[in-house]
Design a binder for this molecule. Structure first.
Ligand SMILES: Cc1cc2nc3c(=O)[nH]c(=O)nc-3n(C[C@H](O)[C@H](O)[C@H](O)COP(=O)(O)O)c2cc1C
Length: 371
């Protein structure tokens, strides 16, 4: 019996299987943070993939929170209306739930698109803006010094997250993921390397986690009861000096669990340009396992998990509760079908595709329930 193809619950949301499409920025929202035709075809492709859940890319809660000028946004009603319309169309082809990752890039904002060089764009350039951060410490020596957020501005960003969360619920997303990983704003508050504040948002661990926890709680208050909210964290800054580490990650995960988090999604790195990461197969799985051993909510593992048996083994060895896949889902959006065939599991697919059931795998495909 395949573990990967068992259902899993994230708070009130039950997934068909434990395969999750990881959030991946597309830098393709060229019209004021709105969805483009690129997103339409990509979401449809993921909707037919057979995965249990798709988490839509980091979506900015404020224009200054975009990584680049072409990031997706959810700071206005027009953006939300277009998402609602697309999710409505998607539901006609697949019952797969969609989640959205809400984000603010902080000091890592105002950059060029990755395929145009990725560097930071100056605030006086037509495509750039002033970045913000917990402390006036740039990510890289080449970057402009970010504006240090006042308490009033911190509260205002928390309200941006709240407003975006309300729009996400209204648009029809089934889950919200808070992006507290990869060196973006919430992670910048967590790490002592980027947070040198002396007020209640800096200094001790309890103070550095305050921004994330308050934001989480504020969202929780406005979404329906048991609406699932997960959190993505970096488990370590991969630095040799005092920094954000696994012990701190376990601490914040336990508090988030108490506050009602639906899951913890365990990634790593992105905070410091001098990070040293030993990137290899399963390289982040031990972090997921450490968090899993300390909490009882589901833990998602991610990072260079590419083969069905590899994913299955992580679950069987109880290192994580679900598996997120990034690049391999771009490379092969039907990965879940092939994984089901490899692992001898059944797969629900659109009835239009039933006749492609491979010879010898007679009971492999089941049509979607239509009711
Ligand atoms: C093109 C691309 C865009 C990404 N954008 C995001 C993002 O928006 N939010 C996020 O948390 N991680 C993002 N990531 C990281 C992925 O979600 C994932 O954690 C990472 O690629 C490792 O998983 P993989 O080896 O399965 O690709 C991105 C990765 C890629 C390749």
């Amino acid at each position: 019996m395949s573990e990967l193809f068992q259902s899993i619950a994230f708070d009130s949301l039950t997934l068909d299987n434990k395969i999750i499409i990881a959030p991946m920025c597309q830098y393709s929202a060229v019209d004021e943070g709105c969805l483009s035709y690129w997103h339409e075809q990509q979401w449809a492709s993921y909707a037919l993939s057979g995965a249990g859940l798709c988490i839509v890319e980091a979506t900015a809660v404020h224009p200054a929170g975009r990584i680049s000028y072409a990031d997706l946004g959810l700071w206005n009603d027009d953006q939300a209306e277009r998402m609602k319309a697309l999710l409505h169309k998607i539901r006609a082809i697949s019952p797969m739930p969609f989640a959205i990752q809400l984000a603010h890039a902080g000091r890592k904002a105002s950059t060029e698109l990755p395929w145009r060089g990725r560097g930071q764009i100056a605030k006086n350039d037509v495509l750039g803006w002033q970045t913000v951060a917990p402390s006036p410490i740039p990510f890289s020596a080449d970057d402009a010094v970010p504006h240090e957020l006042s308490i009033k501005e911190i509260k205002s960003i928390q309200q941006d997250f709240v407003a975006a969360a309300q729009r996400a619920v209204e648009a029809g997303f089934s889950l919200i993921e808070l992006h507290a990983a990869h060196g973006y704003l919430l992670h910048q508050f967590l790490s002592p390397l980027s947070n040198h504040r002396t007020d209640e948002y800096g200094g001790s661990l309890e103070n550095r986690v305050r921004m994330l926890l308050e934001t989480f709680q504020a969202i929780k208050e406005v979404v329906p009861t048991h609406f699932p909210i997960g959190v993505r964290v970096s488990a370590t800054d991969w630095m040799q000096v005092e920094s954000w580490d696994t012990a701190s990650t376990i601490y914040v995960s336990q508090v988030l669990q108490q506050l009602g988090a639906a899951y913890i999604h365990v990634s790593s790195g992105g905070l410091h340009e001098h990070q040293v990461i030993d990137v290899k197969e399963n390289y982040q799985v031990p972090f997921a396992q450490s968090v899993k051993e300390a909490v009882h909510i589901p833990v998602i593992a991610v990072g260079l998990i590419t083969a069905p048996q590899q994913a299955e083994d992580i679950l069987k060895q109880q290192q994580a509760d679900a598996i997120a896949l990034g690049r391999v889902m771009q490379y092969n959006p039907r990965w879940p079908w092939h994984a089901a065939a490899t692992l001898g599991a059944e797969m629900r697919i659109s009835p239009q595709y039933m006749r492609c059931q491979p010879h010898g795998l007679k009971d492999f495909f089941k049509p979607f329930r239509t009711s």
